[in-house]
Design a protein around this ligand. Structure first.
Ligand code: SAM
Length: 247
């Protein structure tokens, strides 16, 4: 396969959607190989314990390092490249923000291993130990707190897998979408021409490709200025004459 993905979690069922839709299709086509592992298989006590109280006190529990160490030893060696080369991805609200650029960087890799935390997270030494052996990316989905890393891993995997060459039916659709050119995408329409009294903009039915392109660009720029001015270079954010075009 072009890419191998291992996911370690205490809730393997959470990752069931990987068999559906985009990642499912990629696995069928042989582009992608995914394995989901139950962290508890690397516990040694009768209760299959994965957590304990935090040193220094405080609320909540922390994931113990021993099962994680065993799990990552196992997964990091599983990739297509025997010399290593796996990237460890750790979802955490204190990581770097996940963006399309990060998705593109991860899509260039051959082997990703996801460590899904729960409770108050994973003992820091697990990450330090992994970082001595290879690249570690701590990634945040956004400035909010989820209960576990599973949903974040699903989001990252879906964004990465659709970038794998040969995966999308029409690679051109990757070029035009939101964030690929630094702007949000323009509004899109399909048939029928009139729906509930609302008509598709005339320009899109004109057949004039230059006019269509410039209308779309203007819509994308205006939309970005209103909704996400932080994405625009400062000089563009100041010129707001395109705003009337929205709505
Ligand atoms: N006490 C931790 C903190 O404030 O950083 C929050 C732990 S959270 C309840 C449990 C797990 O959910 C984290 O270890 C991480 O795997 C995942 N998680 C929570 N929010 C996330 C986010 N915004 N992005 C990625 N993963 C997140």
């Amino acid at each position: 396969p072009r890419m191998r993905i291992d996911v370690v979690t205490i809730f393997p069922d959470y990752l069931a959607p990987l068999g559906l839709s985009l990642p499912g299709k990629a696995q069928e086509s042989g582009l992608l190989q995914v394995a989901v592992h139950d962290l508890r298989q690397w516990t040694t006590d009768r209760h299959r314990t994965v957590d304990d109280t935090p040193y220094g006190g405080g609320a909540g529990m922390v994931m113990r390092p021993e099962p994680w160490g065993e799990a990552l030893d196992h997964c990091l060696d599983r990739g297509p490249n025997p010399a290593g080369g796996a990237v460890l991805v750790v979802p955490t609200p204190s990581g770097e923000r996940f963006t399309q650029r990060v998705a593109e960087e991860l899509a260039a890799e051959q082997h990703l291993v996801f460590a899904c935390g729960r409770y108050e997270g994973i003992d820091q030494r697990v990450l330090d130990d992994a970082a001595d052996r290879g690249p570690v990316r701590e990634i945040s989905l956004g400035d909010y707190v989820l209960n576990g890393g599973e949903v974040a891993a699903l989001a990252v995997i879906e964004a990465v897998v659709r970038l794998l060459p040969g995966f999308m039916g029409n690679p051109a659709s990757l070029v035009e979408e939101s964030h690929s050119d630094g702007l949000l995408e323009y509004p899109t329409y399909t048939k029928p021409q009139v729906w509930r009294g609302r008509e598709v903009p005339e320009v899109l039915r004109s057949g004039d490709h230059a006019r269509i392109a410039s209308w779309r660009h203007e819509q994308a720029r205006a939309r970005t200025a209103v909704r996400r001015p932080d994405l625009l270079p400062a000089v563009h954010a100041l010129s707001v004459e395109g705003l009337g075009a929205l709505e």
